[in-house]
Design a protein. Sequence first.
Length: 195
Amino acid sequence: MAETDFKKLARELSGRQSRSSSLLLFIIVLLVAALLFWAANTELDNVTRGTGKTISESQNQMVQSSEAGVLRARYVDDGDFVERGQTLFDIDPIDAKGQLEQAEKRQRSLQIQKTRLDAEITESQPEFSSELMLETPEEVANELALYTARRQIYKIAFPFWNNAKNNANPKLKKARSPIKPLKTIWPLSEMRLQP
């Protein structure tokens, strides 16, 4: 009796498995067929990216500001007609002011350096303008200190340079002394070498 139950049970299970397996296989074949049908009949769009400009047929003019900045006010709208000299936008001048202040500071600094260097060349005391002394007293003080330090170095080093020059002069004379006779012998040796 146990044998018959196992056989009966085995038939039932094998029948159910064959039906579910068949159903799964049928669904897979159906999906593959649907994908093949879709691939054969569907057209895919080709996408290409690029940069470019849109130019209309009417006559347009490009309007650009010579200075970059943040807009404070806008006086025209798209499509408005404008006339020559009409204000279109109001730009916040904070960036331009910052650049101007930096350029003016650089100019003052260079003027102070120029005054110091001119004084060093002429061996006179530098005379800074009262405007520079009021606007940048620290830079003027630094350049005066540099001028004073360089003058002291020059005063200390000048005797040594002068002494070295005086010691070198006799040696130069001694080294130049055999050159004069060689200058007279050289043309003679060239004449002798020529056939």
